[in-house]
Unconditional design. Structure first.
Length: 364
């Protein structure tokens, strides 16, 4: 199968997207001009930066790389709601899907509903509410739903308490989709030379996004897909095609990126789209939609094991000895031109499998 034969198209809230990739709330979607520039790339749907009543000035510095592919930020919207009405109006004529995001955590439920109704008149395709308080979020949806005729969705904060209960209340209130998740925080990073925090906020704290939070997001999307039958937008730590595939496997329809385009530029969307086509073509998968939720179906058929042991294929082993360095049971030992496993020592933890650069180790 050729990469060009692979379909990445997905249906989301009444729109057929060319691919499942989203540019979600962040600096790159902070104005109409920025969104139009981003639309030159392979992006399926855009989420505006979170709207708040008044513009805010971010403290310098407010974005910094941390770790390999992660960011800390203390970046607040520098555009107030009155200006956002004009920005969204300026995007009325467009050829892409646009979701307007309201930063509900800065306003009351009533104010959020008022903002949702007003912004919906300016031509977006959907409205999203973001909040850290589940009760306030549910209340905001209840107030907004009768007044907003567009699809209405929510974006959840990390570690939302009583997740299943909250999701079912949101569904009952009338949401059409769920996004997860917002960045994790507050967190703190300190420059060891100066002793000062790397963020310019009052206490030096910020919010974490990027690769380091991906496992949290994957579990979140997995749980949301278990609890409710709605389209899910997974965002948090996505950097490459395999991340998009993984997020799709646990139930996401749309997969967003925020940190990756800030660290690598907007062309990361073009790169990931091509990588996805090659990845799926190489596995004879013609349509990405066939993968959605596959993890749930596979787990339903799988049995938990307690007797697995690692084995090493001597034909693949490059004798790098990484497995022996990481094994806390000293199970891998050198045997001529390759490593082998002393079965009696192996407890089947799987660490050696995950670090082997040659994929020479499996659990059986």
């Amino acid at each position: 199968m050729k990469p060009s034969q692979v379909s990445l198209s997905v249906d989301f809230l009444g729109h057929t997207l060319p691919n499942p990739l989203a540019l979600t709330e962040g600096p790159a979607t902070g104005s109409a001009d920025r969104i139009r520039r981003a639309a030159e790339h392979s992006i399926g749907v855009f989420f505006t930066k979170g709207m708040r009543p008044q513009p805010a000035t971010s403290p310098n510095p407010f974005i910094a790389k941390t770790g390999r592919n992660s960011l800390m930020n203390a970046d607040w919207s520098d555009v107030g709601f009155a200006q956002w009405l004009e920005e969204v109006e300026a995007l009325r004529e467009r050829d892409f899907m646009l979701v307007t995001s309201i930063a509900k955590n800065y306003v009351t439920p009533q104010e959020a509903a008022d903002m949702a109704e007003e912004i919906a008149k300016r031509g977006p395709d959907a409205v999203s509410l973001v909040d850290y308080d589940p009760e306030d979020l549910i209340r905001a949806v209840k107030l907004a739903r009768p007044r907003v005729k567009l699809p209405l969705m929510v974006k959840l904060c990390p570690f939302m308490p009583r997740l299943e209960e909250t999701l079912k209340a949101l569904v009952a209130a009338g949401i059409d989709a769920v996004a997860a998740m917002d960045s994790i925080g507050p967190v703190l990073s300190v420059d060891v030379e100066t002793g000062l925090p790397n963020m310019g906020s009052e206490d030096g704290s910020g919010y974490l996004s990027g690769e380091s939070i991906k496992p949290v997001m994957i579990k979140y999307v997995y749980d949301i897909a278990r609890f409710v039958d709605l389209p899910v937008v997974g965002v948090g730590g996505v950097n490459r095609a395999e991340d998009v595939i993984e997020t799709t496997l646990v139930g996401a329809t749309v997969v967003g990126m925020v940190a990756a385009p800030l660290l690598r530029g907007l062309r990361v969307f073009d790169q990931v789209e091509k990588q996805m086509q090659r990845y799926l073509a190489g596995r004879e998968i013609a349509d990405i939609n066939t993968l959605r939720g596959l993890t749930h179906r596979r787990l339903a058929q799988a049995a938990m094991r307690h007797d697995a042991k690692a084995t090493i294929d001597p034909e693949l082993c490059g004798l790098c000895r990484i497995c022996s360095r990481v094994c806390f049971k000293a199970a891998p030992v050198e045997a001529g031109d390759s490593m082998r496993i002393i079965t009696e020592r192996c407890v089947g933890c799987g660490l050696c499998v995950s670090v082997c650069p040659e994929d020479a180790i499996v659990l059986e």
